[in-house]
Design a protein around this ligand. Structure first.
Ligand SMILES: NC(=O)CCC(=O)C(=O)O
Length: 265
């Protein structure tokens, strides 16, 4: 299984963001990727007042990525967009997974919302406009068990432990818009920790650069193996990284260092 992580600089122009995402997916397909992961808020990352109307999973964003997955013949993790819910004041932050035929294989609503106040650095209250999801999701991608998550979820190891143990995940995907201020020190450490402690591959696709005043994302999208080794990484700016997932290596690591099996709590 070959995986691509696509790093974007989405802004306040949805058509341009979708076109940029499609171009990266085309490059991923040309590089032989079976599965490509896109960042959180792939279609729009700009001021609230210009935000497109929230929509259902078969709205503009869903239809767009279904068609691209079908045309390119690859699996696409389109993470994420503002899904409309019953509460007009709140959306869900939802990731969609499309198979090679463009069929919706799974969806996941971000469980942990980014409510953080770091004076002078970060001020964000995601729960003011987003309703948390409550369902961990693992999807079967041609025999590979893939656990789904979004950005701030990364700080909550109990979610990933559940994906790996109860869900049998072998790959953990993390579409993100991780902030520059926290990303510098935490992003890679957290990704490698989730990979090591759950003995899973991790494919993390982030937004990069400036999006709107006060919002700069760290980028550094990467693929990590179950030993915690970074297999590939995207440098600053939009782009992609591609890695092959060696499932024999995962099985060897789990057999030789059986920390998942040795759990006592
Ligand atoms: N969009 C997010 O969830 C941001 C998470 C983040 O930057 C962090 O430090 O955590």
């Amino acid at each position: 299984m070959r995986v691509a992580v696509c790093q974007l600089n989405a802004r306040d122009d949805r058509a341009a963001n979708l076109a940029a995402a499609e171009a990266l997916l085309a490059r991923a397909a040309a590089a032989g990727a079976d599965l490509a992961v896109l960042p959180e808020y792939v279609d729009y990352l700009g001021p609230a007042k210009g935000m497109p109307e929230p929509e259902s999973v078969d709205g503009v964003v869903g239809e767009f990525f279904a068609a691209v997955a079908r045309r390119l013949g690859i699996w696409v993790v389109a993470g994420s967009f503002h899904e409309a819910g019953p509460d007009p004041e709140h959306t869900w932050n939802t990731l969609l997974v499309f198979d090679r035929a463009g069929a919706l294989a799974a969806s996941y609503r971000k469980i942990h919302l980014y409510d953080v106040e770091i004076p002078g650095r970060v001020s964000y209250l995601e729960s003011a406009t987003v309703t948390p999801g409550d369902q961990p999701v693992v999807v079967d991608v041609e025999g590979l068990r893939v656990g789904l998550s979004i950005c701030y979820d990364l700080r909550f190891p109990e979610l990933y432990r559940q994906l790996a143990t109860e869900g049998g995940a072998q790959l953990l995907v993390v579409p993100a818009a991780f902030m520059m201020h926290t990303g510098r020190d935490h992003w890679e450490v957290l990704l490698r920790a989730r990979a090591i402690e759950n003995q899973c591959f991790v494919a993390a696709a982030g937004q990069t650069g400036d999006h709107e005043p006060g919002r700069t994302c760290f980028g550094r999208s990467m693929v990590v193996d179950p030993w915690g080794t970074v297999l590939s990484q995207v440098p600053d700016g939009p782009g992609l990284a591609v890695s092959d997932l060696d499932l024999d290596r995962l099985r060897t690591i789990r057999a030789e260092l059986p920390s998942l099996a040795n759990r006592r709590l």
